[in-house]
Every structure is written in C-alpha cells, then in structure tokens.
Design a protein around this ligand. Structure first.
Ligand code: SF4
Ligand code: SF4
Length: 372
C-alpha cells in the first residue's frame, strides 16, 4: 500500500504564492472549468487577529492560483455564530475580501441529505458541497476543547447549514459519539485536497479561546486523516485519544500511523505546546486505567463558566447556540449545569470571550482516587 504524503511548509522560507504552486505540483488537481469549492474555517465573525478563522493570506493566494487556472470557484462556509449574518462574518474575518468576488453564502441553497449514521437520519447540507467537482478544505492548526483538535475532519462540520448543528450536538452528548459523528459528516463529501493554515497555531482551549503561537507553517495533503494526525503529533497529542482520527482510519478514509505517512518538511513536536485541559497529561495517564472515566471527566468538570460580565453585551448568542437550552438570560447568561452537555458551543460562539473553562484536573484526581 502506498503511503499518504503530507508536506509541511515553512512560511519563513517560501511565500504563500509559491507554497500554493508547490501544493498543486505535489497534489495535482484538474481544476480547469471545474466547480471548485474552497471551504475555509469561518466559525463566526472573528477578526483575523483572533486566529479563529482561516488566514485570508492563504485564501487569497489560493483564489489567485485557481482563477489563473480557469476554475469556477466558490468560497463559502456555514458559520456557527453569525452575529449579523454570514456575509458580515466573512467580512470581519477578512475571508470575504480575500475571495475577490467569489464568496457566497452557501447556506441559502441546501438539501436534506440522508445520513449513514447512528445519531442522525438526515442533515441539511449546502448544495455547493454536494455539487462541486473539487472540494478544497482549509482548516486551521488549532486545538478543540471537546474534539481535541480542529483540523481537516472537524472543519467539515461546516457543511451543515445553520441550526442543524445544534441538533447534532444534542444527539451526541458523549465525546466518543461526537467524534464518530464528525467522521459521519466528513464522509458526506471527503475533501480532494487539504491545505491547513498554521501561520499561527492555537493552543490550549481552542477553537476560539485558546492562545496563539506563531509557528509559520502550512500543511498540505490529499489525505485529511494523515494531515490531522501529523498536526496532532506536532501538538504533542497521543493520537489514541483523538478518536475521530481512529474512526476515520477504520473506515478507510485515510491513514494515521507514522509508518504509513510520507512526511516532507519539518513536522517536529512543538515544544511546550499546551493541550486542552480535557486532554491533559493527567487525564492521558489515568484514562486508560479505567474505561469511561475520561468521558466522566470531560462531562463533569470542563464546563464553561460565565465569568466576565464586564465584557458581556447581552446579545444572547450563547443562549441561542446552546443545543440543550441550558442557558437563560437574566439579564446575563446563566448556565443550568444539570442540563449542560459540555459541548462548548456557548464559549466558542461568544465573540467577547466571556467564558472560561474550569480546570477540573484536581477534582478529577480526587474522584479517581476514590473510585480506585
Ligand atoms: S456571554 Fe457573550 S454571547 Fe453570551 S450574551 Fe454575553 S456577549 Fe453575548
Ligand atoms: S451551556 Fe454551553 S457548554 Fe453547556 S450545553 Fe449549552 S452551549 Fe454547550
């Protein structure tokens, strides 16, 4: 079996234009006259400086290249938090401007797609996803408090239009189920090419409230699973804890073992990279000893905490995003912790960073020692 190639580019050594050209030399795509969907990570109306969304520098270089090649391109995503609409979110993140007239609100035309999934029978998917000849996935190099990483696979959550996302969270309150669902969605339309923006990595409690670390990387592959596994190793994860990578591999969607990946460029582990609390060394060391404890840890202790009323503009976006209706506005958000399923949607979609994550490591250790 041939290996999957993953290339790690250094943006200090090559400009973005030559990186994109090199990507298409290594991973050729017949784009002339074809419908090409460019799917960035456009989680919401976040400014470029927040590092939540795909860097416009990468998008612009790709758009320029594809226009020169005669492709019919659309740039689009279905953001979770829209705070004023999809176009406003695209403008705020710089994605609209970088798309040079090719950005579209892909949520306006969609269809019910039958799913082969344990959790959902059908979902609303953008026509642009189902109709394109070539899909180019542009994820960020970042952590995700709930899924561990937000890479190629997780970025395809955005094929789902609007409120359908909340239903999916509701259907998968356990982390392992959510990981499996991510692969169900990835399978709807596996990307033909993945180009990951790692100019700034996000560490800690991503995908919106983590810290940025400049690493000057762009990763590319036609195998999104291999690319995600490479990113996860660079971050310092134990791959066995990123269940969606394992599930995708079991379904023959890509490879993850080091011996199955042909690595080009510097993919060494980033020293001191901070993992999400829910994937910390303590949990990693303890979880394999007792089945189900990792789930218990995540569900019981890493719950967002509304802590910055001085930042809050009482927009209610967090309450609207909660899939289980656990948040009431009074006049600030109040979380019903019995209802909360720790999906982190509220914290992800709050543009004002009003939530913090409770570090439950000590609580967990006490609990675990009692269970032992
Ligand atoms: S916590 Fe954030 S999302 Fe919720 S009401 Fe306040 S500003 Fe809006
Ligand atoms: S309160 Fe926040 S973390 Fe809890 S279920 Fe609702 S959106 Fe998810």
């Amino acid at each position: 079996m041939s290996k999957s190639k993953v290339i790690v580019y250094d943006t200090n050594k090559q400009d973005m234009k030559s990186i994109i050209e090199d990507v298409f030399v290594n991973f050729p795509q017949d784009v002339k006259g074809k419908k090409v969907l460019i799917k960035p990570n456009m989680l919401g109306p976040f400014e470029v400086e927040r590092g939540v969304t795909t860097n416009p520098v990468l998008i612009e270089a790709l758009v320029d290249y594809l226009i020169d090649c005669g492709a019919n391109i659309i740039v689009g995503d279905n953001p979770g938090g829209q705070g004023g609409g999809v176009i406003a979110a695209a403008k705020k993140s710089g994605i609209y401007q970088a798309s040079k007239g090719h950005f579209e609100n892909i949520g306006t035309a969609c269809q019910l797609f039958p799913m082969n999934s344990r959790f959902v029978k059908e979902i609303n998917v953008s026509d642009a996803v189902l109709d394109c000849d070539i899909l180019i996935d542009l994820p960020r190099f970042k952590t995700h408090a709930y899924a561990g990483i937000s890479g190629s696979i997780k970025n395809m959550f955005g094929i789902v239009v609007g409120p359908g996302k909340a239903k999916l969270h509701f259907a998968t309150p356990k982390p392992d189920d959510f990981h499996e669902l991510l692969v169900d969605l990835y399978q709807v339309r596996v990307p033909d090419l993945v180009i990951m923006d790692g100019i700034y990595a996000m560490e800690g409690m991503g995908p919106t409230t983590g810290n940025l670390k400049k690493i000057d990387k762009v990763l590319a592959s036609t195998d999104g699973v291999a690319l995600d596994a490479t990113m996860a190793r660079m971050m310092g994860f134990d791959i066995e804890l990123i269940r969606h990578i394992l599930v995708a591999n079991e379904r023959n969607l890509g490879v993850y073992k080091e011996e199955d990946i042909e690595l080009v460029g510097d993919a060494s582990k980033i020293e001191g990279f901070e993992l999400p609390i829910s994937y910390s060394a303590e949990v990693k060391a303890t979880a394999p000893k007792m089945a189900g404890v990792l789930d218990l840890y995540k569900l019981s202790t890493t719950v967002p905490n509304f802590c910055k009323p001085e930042n809050c503009v009482k927009c209610g976006e967090c309450a609207k995003s909660c899939p289980v209706g656990a948040i009431t506005m009074d006049p600030y958000p109040v979380i019903n912790r019995k209802k909360c399923i720790s999906c982190y949607c509220c914290a992800e979609l709050c543009l004002r960073e009003c939530f913090e994550y409770i570090d439950g490591t000590q609580v967990f250790e006490t609990l675990f020692s009692k269970l032992q």
